[in-house]
Design a binder for this molecule. Structure first.
Ligand SMILES: [Zn+2]
Length: 380
């Protein structure tokens, strides 16, 4: 993978290229930033540039034997460590046990997250780990001679999964063997061992800019500019989410929200039940994305109330919808509404029955927006 094949992140790419150009390669770096920012593809593009046999200006050639192997994740001097679960119960797993699956998953979607990968190895309900055995394996691999290149490289994806086992690597981080390059790719600084953090050079990788997300969506075949804009705003610089939304967006989300609000506020029971039935059958990820959109919509409405101006993160049709329901909204109502949508999102994530969650949310939403007491006590 070349730098030029990755969306946005021009500043980071330049920084990484300069490290190679000036032969100032830190022996242990942590690429740190939010999900969907492209940190893992950037780590691979960096390694590809470092090992390229025919370097171009600030990027690899993409064609030499080394580039070819790095881009397919099969270079013998480039190793990967990532969270896994035991393949057979009782056996301590190594990342190598799942290398074929990891390779395939990354090549299909370089912006994948840990959950996507665990789902591919059918372990989505379990916690992935990087074991003590794996940490020792990293040291063993880096002590071997190189096969084809000058460097011995290990990319540790999600060092958050290391836990205390990470301490096994401290000596390696402090006194690295010659020409060793360790790249850690993580998201949550607070979940990474402080002893590891203090021994790595941190490179912060921000979210992707809205206009860059839009360009990528257009490249991926999204012809409608308004849809691309809506997805870009909603995904907040997370390209993984943006691509998922593009894939799932059968009907524009604001049209769905408009139908839902209309059925709820007008007490159209048949329409409401039809909507809930359809939505709850669309799959958990889809429902979560829809609720994330509803949250985004009402949060923007709150901002509009505070700032007394139109939201720049609303498309034209969303402005119209916000205008139509304005008379039902107040700061107080929005402050009640947003937490119950968050709660519903959480409930879906925790595998609660989607039909019950959506129906309950609809009832509560109608009460809040119409100014009725929520969960009014019944007269018996
Ligand atoms: Zn090359």
């Amino acid at each position: 993978m070349k730098f030029s094949e990755i969306t946005g992140q021009l500043k980071v790419k330049h920084q990484l290229a300069e490290m190679v150009n000036h032969a100032r390669i830190p022996h242990a770096q942590l690429f740190l930033g939010p999900e969907g920012n492209g940190a893992l593809p950037l780590a691979i593009a960096f390694v590809q540039y470092l090992l390229c046999e025919n370097k171009q200006e600030n990027d690899s050639c993409g064609q030499c034997p080394s580039c070819n192997k790095v881009s397919k994740l099969i270079h013998p001097d480039v190793h990967f460590t990532f969270p896994v679960v035991p393949k057979t119960s009782g056996k301590v797993p190594l990342s190598d046990d799942y290398m074929a699956e990891f390779r395939k998953a990354f090549l299909e979607n370089p912006f994948l997250n840990e959950y996507d990968f665990l789902k591919i190895i059918q372990a989505e309900n379990r916690q992935g780990n990087i074991t003590a055995l794996e940490a020792r394996n990293i040291i063993k691999r880096l002590n071997l001679k190189t096969f084809e290149s000058e460097f011995k490289i290990t990319i540790i994806w999600k060092p958050e999964a290391l836990g205390k086992e990470g301490n096994i690597l401290l000596k390696l981080l402090e006194e690295p063997t010659e020409n060793t390059v360790l790249i850690l790719v993580g998201e949550n600084q607070e979940e990474i061992l402080p002893t590891i953090l203090s021994r790595t050079q941190i490179l912060k990788i921000p979210s992707i800019e809205d206009d860059e997300v839009m360009q990528e969506l257009e490249k991926k075949g999204c012809e409608n500019k308004e849809t691309a804009q809506r997805i870009a705003f909603l995904s907040q610089g997370n390209l993984r989410v943006a691509l998922q939304l593009l894939h799932h967006e059968e009907a524009p989300l604001d049209v769905e929200l408009s139908k839902w609000l209309s059925a709820t506020l007008n007490n159209h029971a048949v329409e409401l039940i039809h909507f809930v039935d359809q939505k709850s059958g669309s799959g958990r990820e889809n429902i979560k994305q829809y609720l994330a959109y509803v949250l985004h919509f009402f949060r923007e409405c709150t901002m509009m109330m505070y700032c007394l101006q139109l939201s720049p993160r609303f498309t034209e049709s969303e402005q119209t919808l916000a205008g139509r329901i304005q008379r039902f909204l107040s700061e107080e109502k929005l402050n009640k509404l947003i937490p119950i949508i968050e709660k519903a999102h959480y409930a879906i994530e925790r595998n609660c029955n989607p039909k019950l969650v959506l129906l309950d949310l609809s009832i509560q939403m109608e009460k809040i927006l119409r100014g009725k007491p929520v969960y009014a006590e019944m007269d018996i």
